[in-house]
Design a protein around this ligand. Structure first.
Ligand code: DQA
Length: 154
């Protein structure tokens, strides 16, 4: 009897205003929509045997709840906390409250922008941060996350 391949489960969390991608400041964030970015990520995920669950919310509490619910149900998280990166102690605490590894991603190079974007409250609770590579950063984040998950398992 054939046993089904066990898929790695990854939760992809996108924060406020990322539903506006494609129309929102394209000179900074590019012309690709969030749906387009997720479609590209889904292709890579399929090649790597990863099952993605993708959410976007403009509300901080939704993001906190999604992180909490990842405990025991997801193997890893890719998160673009958007503006909450720079303000949210609640998101940082949620990441620290679960044992699921997270890779933080930003489309833009936050370190080359306004000073208030240089500081990420969430990055210290993540395995790593990728920024400045546009949509490709999400695929890099998945590769990085798989390395972290593989290392933890292997
Ligand atoms: C962002 C960078 C944040 O500073 C900003 O608030 C965003 C998007 C990015 O992907 O580059 O909304 O997270």
């Amino acid at each position: 009897m054939k046993t089904a391949a066990i898929k790695i489960r990854v939760l992809v969390i996108n924060g406020p205003n990322l539903n506006m991608l494609g129309r929102r400041e394209p000179g900074i964030y590019g012309k690709e929509t969030l749906e387009g970015i997720i479609a590209g990520l889904e292709k890579l995920a399929a090649e790597r045997g990863v099952a993605l669950t993708c959410i976007q919310s403009n509300n901080e509490g939704d993001l906190v709840s999604a992180i909490q619910q990842a405990e025991g149900t997801q193997d890893g998280i890719i998160m673009n906390p958007a503006a909450y990166t720079h303000t949210s102690v609640a998101l940082r605490d949620a990441l620290q409250a679960v044992s699921v590894p997270c890779v933080e991603v930003h489309l833009s190079n936050i370190h080359a922008r306004e000073e208030f974007r240089h500081k990420s409250l969430t990055a210290a609770a993540c395995a790593g941060q990728i920024c400045g590579f546009g949509a490709a950063g999400y695929r890099m984040a998945l590769e990085g996350l798989l390395a972290v998950i593989g290392g933890a398992r292997g």
